[in-house]
Structure formats: structure tokens, C-alpha cells
Design a protein around this ligand. Structure first.
Ligand SMILES: [Zn+2]
Length: 220
């Protein structure tokens, strides 16, 4: 579902992996985030990894012209609310495995129940936990400086973000369709099985399988 025009920037929350150069990269695709505006680009490729809505019937597709697209999974991701439970406790990892922060988003947008995919986003603030070891907190400070954003307590992220924009109202969340029936799931699995069988069959003549060679010899 696409959001209507909101007058202020939309706020969201997400995590990154820090690099050795104290830059932040997306967890899924490893895209490095820049200072200021980041713009989404569709990275759908021949593997079809980013095309689940049509998979497995047409796993190969061209990148979308405009990201995010409703037919794809592209776009910059963010949650509606801080998802602190999903952030692994950094004190169990040395020295800082994941960074959590707030972003402001605008432009083309696809709204989902737990979050959204957006065209443009910028980091507004990064969060630290008071229980973190000093090294982790210091490193977060360096990363925040690198992005020219404040480092704030994780608890305060939502408050800081609210000064910049507003969360997408719940009335704009899409309605979740009922779960598929057993028959629908079985029909899908059956079609998927056939698709994969046809896919492997297309390679079969090239397979140097001993069984095939034996069969060819007996046939001659
Ligand atoms: Zn796409």
C-alpha cells in the first residue's frame, strides 16, 4: 500500500552493521550509507532473490525503474517503532556488532504493518545503551560524529526523532489478508515442485552423470 503525501518527513527506526572504517552498512545487502540523503536503488538481479512475489514462476526480473516498487522488495527499510528487542545486546559482542538508530524518510513509499520501504532516508540519531561497555559507547560516538548526527540513549531515540518528523499513522497501515488455506498452500507447493523439476530437467542433458553415460553406452 502506498502512503498519501505526508507534510512532514516520516520517521523510522533501523539497524546497521558498522564497518572497520566506522561507516554503516545495511544488514541485508551491505550497502554503505552516506551522510545526509540516501536514495534507494533496486538491486533485483538474475538470481531473483529480490523478487519473492512472483517466485518461483518468474525468478528473473530487471531492476525496478523506481524504488521502492509494490511488486518488489526494494527500497530503504525502516520499522515504525524502535525494535530494540531485535537488536542483539552489544555487551555480548565485541566491540559493537550492530548499531540502532532513527531515520527520516520521504519520497516514494511502501507501507507495511511493521515498517515501510522508502525512496529517500537520512540518519537522524544513533542510539547507545547505558549498560554498554565503554569501548562500544565510544565507538558509537565516533560513528555518530562520522555521520554528523547525535548519539543518544536508545530509550530517547523516538523522542529525538519526533522533533524531525512523524511516524506513519496506524490508519495507513495495510490490512493484512487472511492466511492462505491449506489447499492454496498445497497448490502453490505443487506448482513450485513442477517449476523446479522443469528447471533441473533443462540442465539434465549437460550433467556428466555416470548413470547417463552408462545409459548412452548401452543405447549405442
Ligand atoms: Zn525493485
Amino acid at each position: 500500500m502506498s502512503a498519501p503525501d505526508l507534510t512532514r518527513k516520516v520517521i523510522g527506526f533501523r539497524s546497521w552493521s558498522p564497518t572497520d572504517a566506522d561507516e554503516l552498512t545495511a544488514l541485508a545487502k551491505g550497502t554503505v550509507w552516506g551522510r545526509g540523503t540516501n536514495t534507494a536503488r533496486c538491486v533485483s538481479d538474475a538470481t531473483g532473490y529480490f523478487a519473492p512475489p512472483t517466485y518461483p514462476y518468474s525468478p528473473r526480473r530487471e531492476p525496478c525503474k523506481h524504488a521502492p516498487s509494490p511488486q518488489c522488495t526494494c527500497g530503504i527499510y525502516a520499522y515504525h517503532a524502535p525494535h530494540l528487542k531485535q537488536t542483539p545486546p552489544p555487551w555480548s559482542q565485541a566491540p559493537l556488532a550492530q548499531v540502532h538508530g532513527a531515520v527520516a524518510a520521504w519520497g516514494r513509499m511502501e507501507v507495511h504493518k511493521n515498517g515501510f520501504r522508502t525512496e529517500h532516508a537520512e540518519i537522524i540519531a544513533l542510539g547507545f545503551h547505558p549498560d554498554w561497555p565503554l569501548r562500544a559507547t565510544q565507538r558509537l560516538g565516533v560513528i555518530a560524529d562520522n555521520y554528523c548526527v547525535p548519539a543518544v540513549a536508545l530509550d530517547a531515540l523516538a523522542e529525538v526523532a519526533a522533533e524531525v518528523g512523524e511516524a506513519i499513522p496506524e490508519s495507513l497501515y495495510p490490512e493484512i489478508p487472511p492466511p492462505p488455506t491449506r489447499e492454496e498452500i498445497e497448490a502453490y507447493n505443487e506448482a513450485a515442485k513442477k517449476h523446479m523439476a522443469a528447471y533441473y530437467d533443462s540442465f539434465a542433458p549437460q550433467l556428466p552423470s555416470p548413470k547417463r553415460r552408462w545409459w548412452q553406452r548401452t543405447a549405442l
